[in-house]
Design a protein around this ligand. Structure first.
Ligand code: ADP
Ligand code: MG
Length: 251
């Protein structure tokens, strides 16, 4: 079966001349449909840059990225943003929600550009997602009246509105206390079980332990990989394995 996402020998540099540094050095990876994986590595190793490259948020210097067999670099700007809106969801450390809109409007806002969808349908969908995410009844809330965990759930609802094939998360629990972080990870489990692929970038061993495959990055390269058996859900043992592997590759 064809993979969902395929990155081949991705190269990305920042800066010019003597200042030019290669942040991604021929990175290749494949993500299967419905897969749950994470990318770990020290700060500055290129994790976020990789996520931006794979999701078409950033232009790469060399190599290729394709989603569902469609090469991103071959698309016009409009086609790319359409593809991203329909097939990809994004969750960041802190969700970029608008202060002058309530939670419900924030969740449906990105979909309002798609005029094939009726507002009523969008509202129903948003309400369903809010219920599944544990923020039912907070539709009218101002964003200043929500906790970090609640805001992150709202961000996840927004990312799920288009029924994406894949969710990209950049340190999605990085700004949360450990209880809220656990709840967000439970929510990701639920989303992944429903069939959506999830790729999380993290430097947190506990987060990596929840996924089924961990890629280790160092200086712009994937240097190692760890696979967990899906049935083995002892997260403490998995976290141990992740730490052992980190020591082994020296990160
Ligand atoms: N827009 C940018 N301009 C210049 N340098 C950048 C930019 N984005 C990232 N970098 C550099 O690329 C390297 C990798 O960054 P990043 O992908 O954010 O690492 P990570 O997410 O693993 O912490 C860092 O040295 C960072 O300073
Ligand atoms: Mg980062």
């Amino acid at each position: 079966m064809k993979n969902l996402l395929c990155g081949k020998e991705i190269v990305k540099s920042f800066g010019e001349g003597n200042e030019k540094t290669r942040v991604l050095n021929q990175v290749s990876l494949e993500v299967e449909r419905g897969e749950y994986l994470s990318v770990m590595g020290p700060s500055g190793s290129g994790k976020s840059t990789l996520l931006y490259a794979l999701s078409g948020m950033d232009i790469i210097d060399n190599g290729s990225v394709s989603l569902d067999g469609l090469e991103l670099s071959g698309l016009e700007d409009e086609e790319l943003s359409d593809l991203r809106r329909r097939k990809m969801g994004f969750v960041f450390q802190q969700p970029a929600l608008l202060r002058n809109l309530n939670i419900l409007d924030n969740i449906i806002l990105p979909m309002m550009r798609d005029n094939r969808k009726q507002v009523g349908t969008l509202v129903q969908k948003a309400k369903t997602l809010m219920r599944l995410s544990g923020i039912e009844g907070l539709e009218e809330r101002e964003i200043t009246q929500m906790s970090g965990g609640q805001l992150q759930r709202a961000g996840i609802c927004r990312a799920l509105m288009a029924d994406p094939d894949i969710i990209f998360g950049d340190e999605p629990t990085g700004a949360l206390n450990s209880k809220a972080a656990q709840e967000i990870l439970d929510l990701f489990d639920q989303i992944q079980k429903a069939g959506t692929a999830i790729l999380l970038v993290t430097h947190d061993v506990q987060v990596a332990a929840r996924t089924n495959r961990v890629l280790f990055m160092q200086d712009g390269r994937i240097v190692s990989e760890l696979r967990f058996q899906k049935e083995k859900l002892d997260y403490k043992a998995r976290a141990e394995q992740v730490m052992v592997q980190m020591r082994r590759v020296g990160i």
